[in-house]
Write a protein that binds this ligand. Structure first.
Ligand code: GLU
Length: 489
């Protein structure tokens, strides 16, 4: 293959959508696999809907995902001069013409087509205006669009690298607008100019653009540009098999960031939406993805977005892939960046976490990394390590009632005595003392552990108490037990 060049061409009209992120990832992986280049191009010709803040956010989120481009960002809004040159060329060569039809006229035609039950296409009225008529209209200052003259009856056939052979009859769409009446060129036109000038060899994009492709091919031909290869990616569906949308929950990369997902896991997960490596390996680093990725392994069938799998995969990265220092730093950075978006209870924990030295947080992370799947879940899982002054959960209160407060008190008091007597108090000592309490009070070990869990954490379930004792140490254990006794009164 010659030098590969791909592009990612987002419109800055919203947050980076998961589907677009996958397009960016595939374009990146394909270019890198073939030793080629990726261009980033911001498609902001729609002045009303394009927003600078979305452009900034898209760029930030791409960087966060680990996608780096070799050229750009180009902005189409800064390239109008270039487009104008090609519009003039098409007009001059008779491939395009000015259309002075008014909105009302076009609307009436559309209505008529609808009534007659046939698909609407422009009737070509302005195709044959004489030079004089055009001059006159221009002199009168009549607004106009510029339309591409679609050759009658042509069939456009191209070989999509994913869809296979695709055929379109141009009669289905008729002469289409390439420049709006406000002078702004439209997507189907500028995309061709840019892809051609930028030397794009492979256009990789969502399936929703498949029907634009014949129009673009006509423009390539008219302008004498070489036609790139096209690869249209299968649509992404939610688990109910309808098109992935907000109804299915978060669909923007930013929301997954806020929800505590790791960029490596999201990149890995999105790469497997429609593509699967030959060797079946699922947990893949960026380098491994680049090594394996090719368009021929993309399935021409809708990909189903499985949120649970993403959650699972993120957990794998937390448990097995990141090293402990790195993971700890990510937890801290996450809480600094998005802490204020957590629930009030988690915010309280987050504040305590951020007060602690790195080494302490790291120790806690090492104890609980098996039990949290996203960074957002960390405060909840790690709470007992950071909050000595908990409030009893409703289940805990119920449990104490059931066991009777009297029994809870006896267990706690006896255990407290043993802790106080111990020189140091860690996990081993915890287990030993709990067993002794059970023996001496003739209570089942389960009952003793349950009570001590509540006494130390305020909850009926959670982290291993020996692990907790190991990290928080004797003083904190004593403080918690004493406080619990006051809660029982
Ligand atoms: N700006 C277009 C979009 O966001 C990209 C179209 C293309 O890749 O050709 O859908």
């Amino acid at each position: 293959m010659g030098k590969v060049k791909t592009r990612f061409a987002p419109s800055p009209t919203g947050w980076l959508h998961l589907g677009n992120a996958r397009t960016a990832i595939f374009s990146y992986l394909f270019a890198k696999h073939h030793g080629g280049r990726l261009v980033l191009r911001i498609e902001d010709t729609d002045r009303e809907r394009s927003k600078k803040e979305f452009e900034t956010a898209i760029i930030e989120d791409l960087k966060w995902l680990g996608i780096d481009w070799d050229e750009g960002p180009y902005r189409q809004s800064e390239r109008f001069e270039i487009y104008k040159k090609y519009v003039d060329l098409l007009l001059e060569k008779g491939y395009a013409y000015r259309c002075f039809c008014t909105q009302e006229e076009l609307e009436a035609e559309r209505e008529k087509a609808k009534k007659e039950g046939r698909p609407y296409r422009y009737n070509g009225k302005c195709r044959h205006l004489s030079k004089e008529e055009i001059e006159k209209n221009l002199k009168e200052g009549k607004p106009y669009t510029i339309r591409f003259k679609v050759p009658d009856g042509r069939e456009i056939v191209f070989n999509d690298l994913i869809k296979g052979e695709v055929r379109f009859n141009v009669n289905d769409f008729g002469d289409f607008v390439i420049v709006r009446s406000d002078g702004s060129p439209v997507y189907n036109f500028v995309v061709v100019i840019d892809d051609a000038i930028m030397g794009i060899t492979h256009v990789i994009r969502g399936e929703d653009h498949l029907s634009n492709t014949p129009k673009q091919i006509l423009l390539y031909e008219a302008l004498g540009f070489p036609i790139p290869k096209f690869a249209h990616l299968p649509i992404i569906l939610g688990e109910d098999r309808s098109k992935l949308s907000k109804r299915h929950g978060a669909v923007s990369v930013r929301q997954y960031r806020i929800d505590g997902y790791l960029p490596e896991a999201l990149l890995n997960f999105l790469s497997l939406l429609g593509w699967y490596p030959k060797d079946g390996k699922e947990i893949l680093s960026k380098e491994e993805l680049i090594e394996r990725f090719d368009l021929e392994d993309i399935h021409n069938a809708p990909a189903v977005f499985n949120r649970e799998k993403l959650h699972w995969m993120n957990g794998v990265y937390i448990r097995e892939v990141l090293d402990l220092d790195d993971l700890t730093q990510r937890v801290i950075n996450y809480l600094k960046q998005y802490g204020e978006k957590l629930s009030p209870e988690d915010q309280k924990v987050a504040k305590e976490i951020l007060k602690k030295p790195f080494g302490y947080v790291k120790e806690v992370v090492s104890k609980v990394r098996d039990s949290f799947f996203t960074l957002k879940e960390f405060p909840q899982r790690a709470k007992p390590f950071f909050l000595e002054e908990y409030t009893l959960s409703p289940e805990a209160e119920k449990q104490i009632e059931k066991a009777t407060p009297e029994v809870a008190k006896n267990i706690t008091q006896l255990f407290l005595e043993k802790v106080k007597k111990a020189e140091t108090f860690g996990g081993e000592e915890f287990k030993k003392a709990a067993k002794e309490v059970s023996k001496e009070l003739k209570l089942k070990p389960g009952m003793v552990f349950k009570t001590l869990r509540i006494a130390l954490t305020g909850e009926t379930q959670g982290v291993g108490l020996d692990l907790l004792a190991d990290v928080v140490g004797k003083d904190s254990v004593i403080k918690r037990l004493e406080r619990f006794l006051t809660l029982l009164k």
